[in-house]
Design a binder for this molecule. Structure first.
Ligand code: ADP
Ligand code: MG
Length: 241
């Protein structure tokens, strides 16, 4: 079996038209394998978030192709794409994006229920992944009854529930203190070690050190890649996990 989970083939994304047109991504090609965590770094405006939304099927390329587990997203109709997003792709936003009127467990169970799973089974899956992220006891709290770090852990639980194969995180530690940020990265790392493919957008080298590989973007292009198994690596040789 091909264990490439995410593949971008010469993906470009142009926003707007005419004089205000922005080429957010320019012919980017990349592959992310099962078990691998890839960090994406680059200056503000270099196209990191654009890359991630395209990978997650939340936006579509102007040209090129995005494949998730060999499904070219542009060939799927809206229903099938939405289904793939719910079953295969987990997305963690910088600002958590939890639904305030739902408890932690309900937030996490929601994608399963939307996918047709029955309420009780969805709750069971939610509770299991919430205990995995250390929030088993807080499952029935509402987001505003949780700290920022706890909310972000709920968001990660929601992104991985049901064993999704591709986890995309856009500066998921942005609003968190250092220690809580490390916890979030440890969780992502553990998911990838368990077989998921992960893409982490970050501006901190310290966070990128959790990744197997770092991709650098500038002006919408990949300008460099470092790998832990290459001598010119930018990763620290000893990464504490
Ligand atoms: P990053 O996440 O690296 O900061 P983005 O992917 O958000 O970069 O943005 C890349 C470029 O595309 C920037 O110049 C940004 O202003 C532009 N851009 C992003 N989204 C839109 C949009 N919806 N409409 C117009 N321009 C956009
Ligand atoms: Mg961004």
């Amino acid at each position: 079996m091909n264990d490439v989970v995410l593949e971008l083939r010469e993906v470009s994304r142009v926003h707007g038209a005419g004089p205000t047109q922005v080429e957010a991504l320019r012919s980017v090609s990349a592959q992310v394998y099962a078990g691998e965590l890839v960090a994406v770094m680059g200056p503000s405006g270099s196209g990191k978030s654009t890359l991630l939304t395209l990978a997650g099927g939340l936006d579509q390329p102007s040209s090129g192709s995005v494949l998730v587990q060999d499904n070219a997203l542009e060939t799927l109709n809206q229903t099938r794409r939405a289904r793939l997003r719910r079953t295969t792709i987990g997305y963690v936003f910088q600002d958590f994006n939890l639904i305030p009127a739902l408890t932690a467990a309900e937030n996490v169970a929601l994608p399963r229920e939307l996918d047709g799973e029955r309420g009780r089974a969805a709750r069971k899956a939610a509770l299991s992944v919430l205990s995995e992220v250390g929030l088993g006891d807080l499952a029935d709290r509402f987001p505003d009854e949780l700290s920022g770090g706890q909310q972000q852990r709920v968001a990660i639980a929601r992104a991985v529930v049901g064993n999704r194969r591709l986890i995309l995180a856009d500066e998921p530690t942005g609003a968190l203190d250092t220690e809580t940020g490390e916890d979030i990265l440890r969780l992502l790392r553990a998911r990838c070690d368990a077989g998921a493919a992960g893409v982490l957008v970050t501006h901190e080298a310290r966070h990128a050190a959790w990744a197997d590989r770092v991709v650098f973007l500038r002006d919408g292009r990949i300008v460099d890649q470092s790998r832990a198994d290459r001598p010119d690596t930018l990763l620290e040789p000893e990464v504490t996990r």
